[in-house]
Design a protein around this ligand. Structure first.
Ligand SMILES: Nc1ncnc2c1ncn2[C@@H]1O[C@H](COP(=O)(O)OP(=O)(O)OP(=O)(O)O)[C@@H](O)[C@H]1O
Length: 202
């Protein structure tokens, strides 16, 4: 499969807003791990939001195998994992419900992400950021997942937790032939993880 952003242009609609993205083209194939780097505020998160269908571009198109992403129904094959898990989770739901939001999650996924079964009965405010991020990752591992957009997902975690999460993601991406976009300010991390790196500021 191929995920393509073609000549994307986008502005947030507030007074005096300027284009965040102008004429950005990028493609991501199954099995590829592409790093995305650029200074703060350059539009990396915005690009991920367009590619995952959270925002619509003002210009250009997002295509999955040549078909607009908006035409896909049900579980979206392109999933985004956000930098701040506490903002991506309903604070009023027990984590066992959050986990099942898109469908059942395999026991082996919970085990690989070292999710403690006792956490399932807690609410988001009762877990650490690293523990919550594991839930955000686990819940997207549905059979329909094809592309994973990781927006600085381990930036706030300790080195051991970072390594556990990336080991899991790389192994799953290889097993399921996923395409991955990895956003980070850490060039060394991208060099280790990715098959190629795009600098959005060039
Ligand atoms: N919801 C929003 N409404 C208005 N402006 C926004 C919104 N979200 C982001 N912006 C602006 O769009 C620009 C790009 O933001 P974005 O978060 O995509 O950058 P980024 O490259 O991911 O930054 P960082 O590396 O700091 O996470 C910034 O100038 C930001 O202020």
């Amino acid at each position: 499969m191929i995920l393509e952003g073609k000549q994307l242009g986008f502005s947030y609609r507030h007074k005096g807003s300027f284009p965040v993205l102008q004429d950005v083209t990028l493609s991501l194939r199954s099995g590829e791990r592409v790093g995305l780097i650029a200074p703060s505020g350059r539009g990396k998160t915005t690009l991920c939001k367009l590619l995952a269908g959270y925002e619509q571009p003002d210009h250009g198109q997002v295509l999955l195998d040549g078909k607009p992403l908006s035409r896909y129904r049900g579980f979206c094959p392109v999933q985004m994992i956000w930098q701040h898990p506490e903002l991506a989770i309903d604070p009023l739901l027990q984590l066992k419900r959050t986990l099942q939001e898109a469908g059942p999650v395999e026991e082996s996924t919970l085990h690989a992400l070292q999710i403690n079964p006792a956490w399932l009965n807690r609410f988001p405010s009762e877990l650490s950021g690293g523990e919550l991020q594991r839930f955000c990752i686990a819940r997207v591992f549905q059979p329909g997942l094809r592309f994973l957009l990781c927006d600085e997902i381990t930036a706030m975690l300790d080195q051991i937790t970072q390594a556990q999460i990336w080991d899991f993601l790389i192994a799953e991406a290889q097993k399921r032939d996923l395409g991955m976009l990895v956003v980070s300010h850490n060039h060394h991390l991208l060099q280790r993880l990715c098959t190629r790196i795009i600098d959005l500021s060039i």
